[in-house]
Design a protein around this ligand. Structure first.
Ligand code: UD1
Length: 345
């Protein structure tokens, strides 16, 4: 039996897929989640996929005492993967203090509790948003971090700086994973993205349009300096992303880190435009997506995709799934949700 890992935010989109990968790799898992953006039923879904029900603790990590109690109860952890954070860019512009409060206090409380119990391996959920609008493509990890456009993005940048300073002065070791654009759902069709309200992100908006929940997709801008005028992103399958977290935990456990704070880009290494994403969805689903062009969305960068050499060569991880896989699995998930196969919405 392998060791026990705490997954904060483990009921969320990337978190739940990571819990599945950890359990399938033999780890015991404790999920800590306040369910602010997820559902309790996800536990059962994880159990259906893996045959194991992970430990679950309903806890808000913004509460330092509750966080300490969590670690008192689970003293035998060998690492923590930290997803618990708010993630909606637009909402963060409206409520910046909520974002700074949740994303930073949860991080600080978790690290302080870890240090108290001499738990030293910490995987952090970061984002390519820290690169802003990059001067050259693809983006590697040496690319300068730019001032953030949104408070959400700023919390990711500040969190990485906080981690950098902490590993330099304590026993903590950390790997920060900068995700490009997570998409798709688990191949079982039993877990996937669960947007609350109207989705902000492209792929859930597409699948909700296909199922009839949304009338029309707005494509934010077709006058960018890209081949078809729409923005380009590096979409990465959530199952591939989840596997990178297991690899990161193994790297730390095996003391293979070159530095106590490492950063890896997680993407496929190539970009697709909004129109290409729509076309790919239409191809795999056989459903036409009604869309119209509207103005650019504030804060969107024209194009960003990853140089994944470091993750491929040093971390030993590579994305295996392509855009077809992402669209196909996202569509199966959306249909399962609509048919009430997952839970009654
Ligand atoms: C954003 C965040 C990223 C975060 C990701 C997932 C920034 C700059 N980016 O990425 O950090 O990891 O969300 O939460 O902070 N689009 C449409 N119509 C829509 C929705 C989107 O045309 O209804 C377009 C967007 O203009 C963009 C692309 O689709 O070009 C992808 O958008 P989205 O899925 O929201 O992700 P990002 O903004 O790239």
């Amino acid at each position: 039996m392998k060791t026990k890992i705490l997954v904060t935010g483990g009921m969320g989109y990337i978190g739940s897929h990571t819990v599945v990968e950890l359990q399938n790799s033999g780890y015991r898992v404790v999920i800590a989640d306040n369910l602010c953006n997820s559902k309790k039923e996800i536990l059962l879904q994880i159990e259906k996929i893996t045959g194991i029900r992970p430990d679950f603790e309903l806890v808000d990590l913004q509460n330092a005492d509750a966080t300490l109690r969590l670690f008192e109860k689970h003293k035998d952890l060998s690492g923590v993967i930290h997803f618990a954070a708010y993630k909606a860019v637009g909402e963060s512009m409206e409520f910046p203090l909520l974002y700074y409060h949740n994303n930073l206090f949860s991080l600080i409380n978790t690290i302080q509790a870890m240090l108290k119990h001499d738990i030293n391996n910490f995987v952090f959920s970061s984002s390519c948003t820290v690169y802003g609008n990059p001067d050259k493509l693809p983006v590697d990890e040496k690319t300068a971090v730019k001032p953030a456009i949104s408070p959400y993005g700023n919390t990711k940048r500040i969190s990485e700086e906080l981690l950098y300073d902490t590993v330099n002065t304590t026993s903590l070791k950390s790997i920060s994973l900068r995700y490009f654009n997570p998409a798709g759902a688990h191949s079982s069709g039993l877990i996937g993205e669960l947007p609350m309200g109207v989705p902000n992100n492209l792929v859930p908006f597409i699948t909700q349009t296909a199922i009839g929940k949304r009338d029309i997709l707005k494509v934010f801008g077709n006058d960018y300096s890209t081949p078809d005028g729409t923005c380009i992103r590096d979409y990465i399958h959530v199952e591939d992303l989840a596997k990178a977290h297991v690899v990161s935990i193994e790297r730390m456990a095996g003391r293979k880190q070159k530095n106590s704070f490492e950063i890896f880009n997680l993407g496929t290494g190539s970009g697709n435009s909004v129109l290409e994403v729509i076309k790919t969805f239409e191809k795999v689903s056989g459903i036409k997506i009604p869309f119209k062009y509207t103005g650019r969305r504030p804060g969107d960068v024209p194009a960003v995709w990853a140089d994944t050499s470091l993750a491929n060569n040093e971390l030993g991880w590579k994305a295996r799934k392509n855009l077809d896989d992402m669209m196909r699995s996202a569509w199966i998930w959306e249909q399962n949700l609509a048919e009430g196969k997952i839970f009654s919405m």
